[in-house]
Write a protein that binds this ligand. Structure first.
Ligand SMILES: [Zn+2]
Length: 345
């Protein structure tokens, strides 16, 4: 335990990493504060859709929805049955960006007539397949829903997009660090957005918590190492315990890992950029044994991905080395083995 605390204390010694965790915590508080609101709005939206066009959208008697086992993949949802086609139309009708991408693969279309959350997932970024409700999703999912579903257009969309941008910067930061100037700007944007929810008591309470959180210094006291600094207890008591900080940290690192897995899944071959991302988070986990223990499965998955990418690169090199023409005309002989450009996707 003391060892884990020492690791945590060492990490939080880095101001920019601490900023990263704090900003991530703000997003978790934002999500917690808005999930009830989002869930209620969605149920209302779903009820209205069904009430307006029961003939088109209601499930057939005796089944919750589509009986054709329609299954979308990624951004594709073709060959859907008539019920799913009607729902698709309705979902697109309420999309604020008619030409934007829809991640149909998030949804279980057979639940559309009975489950408002499955409809909501069509307005969210990829990777929501197994997320079963507003209490299980991340801030990015809720913010994208507010942005792309016209039921939420009463919220100032510019303020929503500004927080989405910050969230992406935060979660795409390879080093998981942000400067204090960034955190200041982020605080302003979060506050602007929360002010849009004057009628949501949780949002107002979150505003106060976020303010306190960002002004506290999150010092972690490691027993036996130093004397407890003066005033330390009052300082942390306002905010949180070490184990709470650890929990938040873990949730954020998992979100970052999920982001990496999604990026990797999108490509058949591991790009250098993604390989770097994998190596950086792996190094980070290796340096922090307390995290490595809790994230053992992720560590293995990262190693597998890294090896996969490495083998791909090596097999390409080997092809080149085995080629007898290689020394005379390396470029040319290598090109001959490649798929002609027009066949590449
Ligand atoms: Zn169907």
């Amino acid at each position: 335990m003391a060892l884990a605390l020492a690791d945590l204390a060492a990490r939080l010694n880095c101001a920019e990493y601490k900023n990263w965790v704090k900003a991530g915590h703000c997003l978790l508080l934002l999500r917690d504060a808005l999930q009830r609101f989002a869930g209620e709005r969605l149920r209302e939206f779903h009820r209205q859709l069904l009430a307006r066009s029961p003939a088109r959208l209601a499930a057939p008697l005796g089944s919750p929805g589509c009986r054709a086992r329609c299954l979308p993949r990624g951004r594709q949802f073709q060959n859907s049955c008539s019920l799913c086609t009607e729902w698709k139309k309705e979902i697109l009708n309420h999309h604020t960006n008619k030409n934007g991408e829809v991640h149909w693969g998030n949804c279980k279309p057979w639940l559309w007539p009975s489950n408002s959350w499955e409809v909501a997932k069509a307005y969210m970024p990829r990777g929501q397949m197994d997320v079963s409700g507003p209490d299980k999703c991340d801030a990015a999912a809720l913010l994208n829903l507010f942005n792309f579903c016209d039921q939420f257009s009463g919220i100032d969309q510019k303020k929503v997009r500004e927080v989405i941008k910050c969230r992406n910067e935060l979660m795409h930061s390879s080093e998981m660090k942000v400067p204090s100037s960034w955190l200041k700007e982020f605080e302003k944007r979060i506050r602007n957005l929360l002010n849009e929810f004057q009628n949501v008591p949780e949002a107002m309470a979150a505003g106060t918590r976020i303010e306190k959180l960002l002004s506290s210094d999150w010092a972690v006291y490691v027993p036996g190492e130093d004397d407890q600094p003066d005033g330390w207890e009052e300082n942390t008591a306002v905010c949180m315990t070490e184990s709470q900080i650890s929990e938040i940290e873990m949730e954020l690192i998992k979100e970052r890992l999920k982001e990496i897995y999604l990026l990797v899944e999108e490509q058949e071959m591991l790009s250098e950029e993604n390989l770097n991302r994998i190596q950086m988070i792996k190094d980070f986990l290796e340096d922090n044994s307390d995290l490595q223990i809790s994230l053992r499965e992720d560590m293995q998955r990262l190693e597998g991905l890294e090896k996969g990418g490495y083998n791909q690169e090596r097999s390409m090199k080997e092809t080149r080395e085995d080629d007898p023409d290689q020394e005379e005309d390396e470029d040319c002989s290598f090109k001959k083995k490649c798929v002609p450009e027009e066949h590449l996707l």
